[in-house]
Design a protein around this ligand. Structure first.
Ligand code: FES
Length: 579
């Protein structure tokens, strides 16, 4: 029996028939109101009902083209004999949502899970684009575990500014130039429309791109999904093909749990290393694994990445943009190059194995996608640090860091919270020099709910003016996937949970040794213990609403920042109704 046939286990009855297949009053109610949309009777006679979970919103500009994309998905569903029903869920626009879209990732996952469970849906197409719209939809669908396929929105075309290619990573460069006075506000205004020239998400290997690659690498999208630009007509072709494929998946009863195996997660970690993917990938993959019931630890990211070099020369770790990546062969070409490191017999939702999907892939531009034997950078992936400053771990991305800081001991310059940092970073008397290590406290999951991406805090003006472009920065926070620098992130446990960052003082020596995966506060144990005994307990100041719930239940970074009561799934059983 071929791998493909393994999943041809035809369903006897579709879930949706427990609504539309009923007789009497209940069947009448379930069908009658649907008919106000002009639907004939045969739409309800045993066709697979396919939900299109749409994160379209004009407040999520990266996903603003999703109505059009949904139309292509519908054509595919209709063509294959399914019945499409589009439904909205909360959409998370990275650029606008305050304090951070991450605060709402878990909320959206609940929205997705319960929207699917409560409705007559047999399979679902997840329309994902901007950073958090991918993990939130995948997490929700995993907790439901019905046939599901992801269609990513694609990246913007490359920005052009004063004759140069630009993308989101340039924002950090512009910010430093503005801060040091080498760029004016007028010049910055001119750059705005030059960067965002088309539909789609950030055009570098930031979190949105890393998530699009993740869904392809674990097998829950069509092969080729990750790299097609949003404005390329082939993105619509992929959407239509995904629409027809989900109907087949429902007929075959091919669920997410059939694809999301431990081996599939291992593949995704290795692929993320090879492309220089976002540090946020770690948190999201841990959360997704938790929902589908696969054991994954922080240490897996370091161990599995260790033998993988960086072969994609993409910003922020390299030079090129997502559009270039597509023209160079995209993710299938990367995965082909990595074949010896992957589990090639893992299934993808299109019913073929990884190896079947990538067998014809080629690298068309070795400047953009290099080879494993002659990589763009031998350093890749996610390094997991351990030590008394991060007892449950911390991470950094060596490909985006400065080589000369990978082994360094320096004096801590401590900020108690983000307000303290903003107030004092440019103070003339701040005791900081090029050997200092900046420590920002209280920006972890509980203390700065959702961990807004300030971990790559900007450098003091007085150092920028001396030409210093990087310092070691340590926090319990995250950073944008488009960010770079020698930045230690996700320190766990966070200061608010009594983690060691809470007791670091100005002038303490900190030693970072990336080669030995060590991050140590050079303060003796007795003194550390004494400091911890004097710590004030963290108090949740939010008395009501979602943020209060989030703070009470959010798990630490090394576990994926999910809410403790959302781990796992509740299945897809249809509840009894009250009609
Ligand atoms: Fe949406 Fe960057 S702001 S992907």
């Amino acid at each position: 029996m071929s791998e493909t046939k393994k999943y041809l286990k035809m369903k006897k009855e579709f879930r949706s028939q427990q609504w539309f297949g009923l007789t009497g009053k209940d069947g009448f109610i379930h069908r009658a109101w649907m008919k106000n949309q002009g639907l004939p009777d045969d739409e309800f006679r045993g066709k697979p009902v396919i939900g299109i979970c749409n994160t379209w919103s004009e407040l999520t500009p990266c996903n603003a083209h999703f109505r059009e994309l949904a139309e292509s998905v519908k054509w595919g569903i209709l063509e294959a004999g399914g019945f499409p029903v589009e439904f909205p869920v909360m959409s998370l626009g990275e650029g606008l949502i305050k304090p951070t879209a991450m605060l709402y990732r878990n909320l959206v996952s609940m929205d997705v899970e319960e929207s699917i469970r409560a409705n007559p849906i047999d399979g679902v197409v997840l329309l994902c684009g901007c950073d958090k719209t991918t993990p939130s939809l995948v997490m929700g669908a995993c907790s439901m575990d019905i046939p599901s396929i992801v269609v990513s929105g694609g990246a913007m075309v490359t920005g052009k500014y004063k004759g140069k290619d630009i993308g989101t990573s340039d924002i950090w460069r512009f910010a430093d130039e503005l801060h040091s006075g080498t760029m004016t506000e007028e010049a910055l205004n001119l750059a705005e429309p030059c960067m965002c020239r088309s539909r789609g998400h950030c055009a570098v290997m930031g979190t949105a791109s890393s998530m699009a690659c993740m869904v392809e690498a674990v097998g829950i999208s069509h092969s080729g999904n990750a790299a097609i630009p949003a404005a390329d007509s082939r993105r619509k072709v992929l959407a239509q093909l995904s629409g027809s494929r989900i109907v087949e998946m429902v007929n075959e009863d091919m669920k997410l749990s059939d694809v999301l195996t431990r081996e599939a997660f291992e593949n995704a970690i290795k692929v993320n290393a090879a492309i220089g993917g976002s540090t946020n990938f770690v948190i999201h993959l841990l959360a997704i694994a938790g929902r589908i019931g696969i054991r994954l630890d922080l240490d897996d990211f370091d161990r599995l990445s260790a033998s993988i070099p960086l072969i994609a020369n993409l910003q922020p770790s390299g030079k090129y943009f997502k559009e270039d990546f597509y023209y160079a062969g995209g993710l299938p070409a990367v995965m082909q190059e990595l074949t010896a490191h992957l589990h090639p017999s893992c299934m993808m939702v299109n019913g073929k194995t990884i190896i079947e999907n990538i067998s014809n892939a080629e690298i068309w531009n070795r400047e953009v996608i290099a080879t494993v034997d002659e990589p763009f950078n031998p350093q890749s992936g996610i390094v997991v640090l351990k030590g008394n400053l991060c007892e449950d771990g911390a991470i950094m991305k060596p490909s985006a860091a400065s080589v000369q800081l990978m082994q360094h001991t320096g004096k801590a310059v401590v900020f108690e919270n983000i307000e303290d940092y903003k107030n004092r970073i440019d103070a003339p008397d701040l005791p900081v020099d090029e050997n200092s290590i900046l420590v920002l406290k209280n920006v972890g999951p509980k203390s700065y709910p959702g961990m807004p991406e300030v971990g790559n805090m900007g450098l003091p003006k007085k150092l920028l003016n001396k030409g210093i472009t990087d310092l070691i920065r340590i926090s319990d926070d995250r950073m944008s996937g488009t960010g770079f620098g020698t930045v230690v992130l996700h320190v766990s446990p966070e200061a608010a949970k009594g983690g060691t960052p809470a007791v670091v003082k100005d002038g303490d020596l900190i030693k970072l040794d990336v080669a030995s995966r060590s991050l140590q506060l050079l303060v003796d144990d007795e003194e550390l213990q004494k400091r911890k005994e004097n710590l004030q307990p963290f108090i949740n100041e939010y008395k009501r609403g979602y943020v209060s719930l989030f703070i009470d239940h959010v798990e630490q970074a090394h576990l994926g920042v999910d809410l403790d009561f959302l781990k796992g799934g509740s299945g897809n059983k249809v509840s009894l109704d009250s009609h």
